[in-house]
Ligand binder design. Sequence first.
Ligand code: NAG
Ligand code: NAG
Ligand code: NAG
Ligand code: NAG
Ligand code: NAG
Ligand code: NAG
Ligand code: NAG
Length: 376
Amino acid sequence: MVSLRLILFVFLTIVNFPLDHSEIVSSKPQGVRAAYWPSFTGYPASSIDTSYFSHIYYAFVLPSPTTYALDIMSDDVEKLLEFTNATSLWNPPAKTVLSIGGGGGGALPGIFSSMASEQYSRANFINSTIEVARDYNFDGVDLDWELPSNESDMSNLGLLFKEWREAIEYEAHATGRPRLILTSAVYYASTVSFNGGPRSYPIVEITKYVDWVSPMCFGYHGSWDNFTGLGSALYDPNTNLSTDFGIGSWIQAGVPSEKIVLGMPLYGPTWSLQDRNDNIIGAPTIGTGPGSGLLVYSQVIDFNKENNSTIVFDNTMVSYYSYSGDSWVSYDDVRSIELKVRYARNWALGGYFFWALGQDLDWAISSAASETWLNR
Ligand SMILES: *[C@@H]1O[C@H](CO)[C@@H](O)[C@H](O)[C@H]1NC(C)=O
Ligand SMILES: *[C@@H]1O[C@H](CO)[C@@H](O)[C@H](O)[C@H]1NC(C)=O
Ligand SMILES: *[C@@H]1O[C@H](CO)[C@@H](O)[C@H](O)[C@H]1NC(C)=O
Ligand SMILES: *[C@@H]1O[C@H](CO)[C@@H](O)[C@H](O)[C@H]1NC(C)=O
Ligand SMILES: *[C@@H]1O[C@H](CO)[C@@H](O)[C@H](O)[C@H]1NC(C)=O
Ligand SMILES: *[C@@H]1O[C@H](CO)[C@@H](O)[C@H](O)[C@H]1NC(C)=O
Ligand SMILES: *[C@@H]1O[C@H](CO)[C@@H](O)[C@H](O)[C@H]1NC(C)=O
């Protein structure tokens, strides 16, 4: 008995030592299986089933347009406390990341642009992100700047990543606490070429200073198109609007694959068909469909059931659509999500994330993704 216990003790000591040592080593086997929690939808943080996730992102807090410190209003405090309180109930625990920004548009991209353009404003921003993250017990910080609008925004983003990483390293040494994780949600491809000239993300700084980037591999088609299309095709033989093109561009640009976390949507675009008998991908549309142009996964399933929709799995593009009457809906279901997660594993990516929590139906998609990642 004694010798067995001794052997076990030695074994556990050897096995545990490197695991306790570093975020990267300990997170590698389970991957990054993440999802964003939108604090503004009313979906309770206490309802998150963390058996399916390694990381939960808090979405979002915003920088002040004048000081660039995070603007934590009383609404934010309430939501941050709800989130922080909920984390103590999560079993198993998940890492938490404070996400800054989001797809709100408006003045936000310009605020990020001016923040990133000067050393003092970057420093104010960085300092405040660390303080707020620590105040609310987050394990990391995430930048969601949608999107840098030119080459100078992109090079300033590189400076921001460098100074941010240096600051979180410094803070970790000074306080003896584990270093905050630094991540960023990015465009699906490594070069952005709409609303202005082509501009590429700062690949060297991302590789050196950021723990991982999270390409948003969705929103390829939507209400702005006057034809039907898939919101999140894995492949597209005819255009560059596909996850394979986007992820391929990040890898080709030189970001190590384990620093790429594939984004997947739990929602999809809808249209009204011009002619209900012309219901293929690319069919003409006359406007948005159910949900004013957007249904979340659980609503798509309701829509399909109640309207006896015809459901099509597109084998080539690896995504779903369904139609009924003149309504047409693009979405992902269990099978396409499993194939995308397998794609992520095959390319040795760091993991995947979902936008967003509260949109799944009984964790069907979240559990399929997690099982596919872990059991393959
Ligand atoms: C969170 O917990 C704190 C301390 O226990 C409590 O004061 C607060 O009301 C809780 N907030 C929410 C939103 O649950
Ligand atoms: C932020 O700035 C304040 C004031 O200079 C300083 O006391 C504090 O240590 C800084 N915090 C971090 C996390 O750098
Ligand atoms: C880049 O874009 C930002 C934000 O729109 C703008 O303020 C800045 O002047 C632009 N810089 C150049 C060099 O065009
Ligand atoms: C769709 O939009 C394109 C370009 O905006 C236009 O050329 C085309 O005629 C439109 N098609 C229909 C069916 O409205
Ligand atoms: C797709 O991207 C490639 C590489 O960036 C480019 O050469 C090509 O013109 C793009 N094709 C389309 C249809 O935009
Ligand atoms: C069924 O389709 C109609 C017409 O598009 C729509 O108004 C209704 O909401 C759909 N039912 C569900 C449960 O989505
Ligand atoms: C769907 O099919 C069921 C059973 O065939 C039928 O009772 C119902 O009326 C249909 N609903 C619609 C919206 O077509």
